[in-house]
Design a protein around this ligand. Structure first.
Ligand code: PLP
Length: 422
């Protein structure tokens, strides 16, 4: 099935007489005919649901759909994008380990990596994504366990060179984790370029309607975890009566461990109702992505012409954007609805511009069906030092503009209002 068809049909095929729409299985528990069957579920020798902290039929259908969209072997939904990135890393990193990340990532992820994970003994080494292969290679330590980057960085909309990083990672027996939130599988499928694990904040385009916070991690099933660097996947799991994930689950080892060990222990599994809403968003994802991209292209072109008021426009589909070449390779059908730009006059002018908008709402959100706008230095990236802001590609006057699905003339009219106030 092509992606438009998968968005509608993957994960749930009703049998004769069953509901056409994916039902909400609002139940924490499941009933069994025998104690023996429950034992088999706990031994992981029988397939099925045992408790809705670990799996649920509605959530499972959405997981299967997202795995299909990304071209992976399995997925695990979480209650937030933060939880998805946390589990993706904790599944293979323990105290004493390190991993490498690009600094051009979402501010909340920088906090998680640089502060919270550090408190748990896991070090994040930030390496400039534009560095040469030699420089990136030199940052790898004997305890390094993974690489991390965002396909399209929030908010600077830099394009991450997935193939370059997967080459370096694989040469060193390490997996590459890609946060594909802004691109979505409609615009880029990171597994096709060598990524091993994909994560999303489904709060953004996948849900699309600003209805609920959520996340997901997807396993490509292709990484060789038995190369000696990942004993947690090859040695017996003492918390699971000696399960050996690679030996027992083959190419589902990573995603099975994430669910039965970490989700069991951390308990950040979404409700069936949350998954139901996410599924509604997924059904129209390809249509929406197309419109977001076309609207953003028009806005980026318009802003680029206003050189008296606009200092810079970052949108990788613009021919003069520094990431244009990479975007042609990784995002040939569009670069999402998110644009980053700076108005002349810095922070003060940026605030005047934002406060004059009538249609675009000023909110801590992005990738919504309604156009929204944010000043990252005052909001999502407020906790970063000036040095971290520069590394994340954020100047004090940078505005993140997230095009919705409104008529483009109305969006442009709103921008004209904002510019008139500067
Ligand atoms: N990853 C990216 C690229 C994001 O933009 C965000 C949030 O904005 C997150 C992860 C965190 O996701 P959530 O807010 O769903 O926890």
């Amino acid at each position: 099935m092509k992606i438009e068809t998968q968005c509608l049909h993957a994960g749930y095929s009703p049998k004769n007489g069953e509901p056409r729409v994916l039902p909400i299985y609002q139940s924490t528990t499941y009933r069994y005919d025998s104690t023996d069957h429950v034992g088999q579920l706990f031994d992981l020798t029988a397939a099925g649901h045992m408790y809705s902290r670990i799996s649920n039929p509605t959530v499972a259908a959405v997981e299967e759909k997202i795995a299909a969209l990304e071209g992976g072997v399995g997925a695990l939904c979480t209650t937030s994008g933060q939880a998805a990135n946390l589990i993706a890393l904790l599944n293979i990193c323990s105290a004493g380990d390190s991993f490498i990340s690009a600094p051009t990532i979402y501010g909340g992820t920088i906090n998680l990596f640089a502060v919270t994970l550090k408190r748990f003994g896991i070090e994040c080494i930030f390496v400039d994504a534009e560095a040469s292969e030699e420089e990136i290679q030199a940052a790898i330590k004997p305890n390094t366990r993974a690489f991390f980057g965002e396909t399209l960085a929030n908010p600077a909309v830099c394009v991450f060179d997935i193939e370059k990083f997967s080459r370096i990672a694989h040469r060193n027996g390490l997996p590459l984790i890609i946060d594909n939130t802004f691109a979505t599988p409609v615009l880029c499928r990171p597994f096709e370029f060598g990524a091993d694990i994909v994560t999303h904040s489904t709060t953004k385009y996948l849900d699309g309607h600003a209805l609920q916070v959520g996340g997901v991690l997807v396993d490509s099933g292709r990484f060789d975890w038995s190369n000696g660097k990942f004993p947690e996947l090859t040695e017996p799991d003492e918390s699971y009566h000696g399960v050996k994930y690679v030996q027992d689950f083959g190419n589902l080892a990573y995603i099975t461990k994430a669910r039965v060990q970490l989700m069991r222990d951390l308990g950040c599994y979404p409700s069936a109702t949350a998954a139901f809403y996410l599924n509604l968003g997924l059904e129209t994802l390809p249509l929406r992505m197309e419109r977001y991209c076309r609207n953003a292209e028009a806005v980026a072109a318009f802003l680029s012409e206003q050189t008296d008021k606009i200092e810079f426009v970052h949108y990788p589909a613009l021919k003069n954007d520094e990431y244009y070449e990479l975007a042609q390779k990784y995002l040939p059908n569009g670069c999402s609805g998110v644009i980053a730009f700076g108005v002349r006059g810095g922070r003060e002018a940026a605030v005047r511009f934002m406060d004059s908008l009538k249609l675009a709402s000023n909110e801590v959100h992005v990738a919504d069906i309604r156009t929204c706008v944010l000043h990252p230095a005052s909001a999502t990236h407020r906790q970063l030092t000036d040095e971290q802001l520069v590394a994340a590609g954020i100047s004090p006057g940078l505005i993140r503009f997230s095009c919705g699905l409104e008529n483009i003339e109305d969006i442009l009219e709103d921008i004209r209002l904002g510019l008139a106030a500067i």
